[in-house]
Ligand binder design. Structure first.
Ligand code: KG4
Ligand code: ZN
Length: 338
């Protein structure tokens, strides 16, 4: 189905999800195929870069074919190809980029490299068709934690970011020491529902007054120290209580800073983005805080929060509309700044 809409084939391979999607006019996902490698990496307790690259290579063709088939779209109907150019695992990124370049060359379509975080933010345009910039976004993933003022579809200002661990990284590390399965975020989200969030008071790190930066490594170390001291004292720990207490200490800071930033930016709109945006307590507490401060909160469904290619297709569309595109010399950038 085309209906005179511009169709984008989006490709995402920055970490452990091999994903392709067809999007229409940057607002509609006609298909969103995700091949997750979680089961492969579970045995190692985290993503093994070399294995991730190999799995992408094995699955990318089938995932792209699946995305075209599900959208009922022929290659000739595609208007542009969008691909994640960074940040991420360089070997993993290169598979998606090589594939996108080949298709752009053979099909004679424009090629557009997309910043992964710009993609996460753009997931909100699919989930909320009425949402337009400017707005404030809280970006929380396995590799990033930042508060961003989205001035326009292609223009952002970083208001604050983590000075050490990303929030998803802290979740994954704490989950590992609690003996929970990978990925740790959903495991903590789940087990915390059965725990007492006030059983241990872990430190809330707010940094300097007025700062929108974050620091999670102290809280993470606080959990490790607590577990060690309980073990040394011969006391049994309750993983659900520790998970719930850790989660509350992190989310209180995220909610407070994001709501303050949205209020300062004065756009009256706050959008959530990234894998950790799927967290149930974050959604619940942010929703209550935004309601109190009369800020409209935008939360994409979980499938659009974690890594996917529909968000990449959407971000590529807005770059294309602004006249931006890349040549066949497009390269992967592991540490690309927003
Ligand atoms: O955005 P994403 O899929 O990949 C990156 O770009 O990093 O985010 C993955 C991160 C992982 O750290 C995972 O543990 C976390 O998102 N995550 C969650 C939840 N679902 C995924 N963290 C907390 N609660 C969740 N429900
Ligand atoms: Zn991501």
């Amino acid at each position: 189905m085309k209906d005179n809409k511009l169709l984008t084939l989006g490709i995402e391979t920055s970490c452990d999800e091999t994903a392709a999607a067809v999007t229409a006019n940057g607002r509609e996902a006609l298909s969103n195929v995700i091949f997750s490698q979680i089961e492969t990496h579970k045995a190692f307790g985290g993503v093994v870069p070399e294995i991730a690259s190999r799995r992408h290579l094995e699955n990318i063709n089938e995932v792209i074919e699946g995305a075209l088939l599900e959208a009922c779209v022929e290659p000739a109907q595609i208007d542009m190809i969008g691909v994640t150019k960074g940040p991420g695992l360089v070997g993993a990124l290169l598979i998606g980029i090589a594939c996108a370049k080949t298709l752009a060359f053979v099909w004679e379509k424009p090629l557009i490299g997309v910043h992964h975080i710009q993609g996460h933010i753009s997931a909100n345009y699919i989930a909320h068709r009425e949402l337009e910039p400017p707005f404030t976004a809280l970006v929380v993933s396995g590799g990033h934690t930042s508060i961003v003022e989205v001035m326009d579809y292609n223009r952002c200002r970083v208001m604050g970011k983590t000075r050490d661990d990303a929030v998803g990284e802290a979740y994954d590390k704490v989950a590992r020491v609690l003996g929970l399965s990978y990925p740790g975020g959903p495991a903590i989200d789940d087990i915390a529902k059965r725990g007492n969030p006030h059983s241990v008071e872990f430190k809330r790190v707010f940094l300097e007054k007025g700062s929108y930066d974050f620091s999670f490594s102290g809280t993470k170390t606080g959990v490790l120290n607590y577990l060690n001291s309980e073990k040394q004292a011969g006391r049994e720990i309750c993983p659900a209580d520790v998970a719930a207490s850790f989660q509350l200490s992190i989310i209180e800071v995220l909610v407070s800073k994001a709501a303050d930033a949205a209020q300062t930016a004065k756009h009256g709109k706050l959008a959530l983005a990234g894998g950790v945006a799927a967290n149930s307590l974050l959604r619940q507490m942010l929703s209550a805080e935004c309601e109190k401060r009369q800020i409209t909160l935008y939360c994409p469904p979980s499938v659009l929060c974690t890594d996917n290619a529909a968000m990449i297709g959407c971000a590529a569309y807005y770059k294309y509309m602004a006249g931006e595109h890349d040549g066949l010399d497009l390269d992967a950038h592991a540490n690309l700044e927003l």
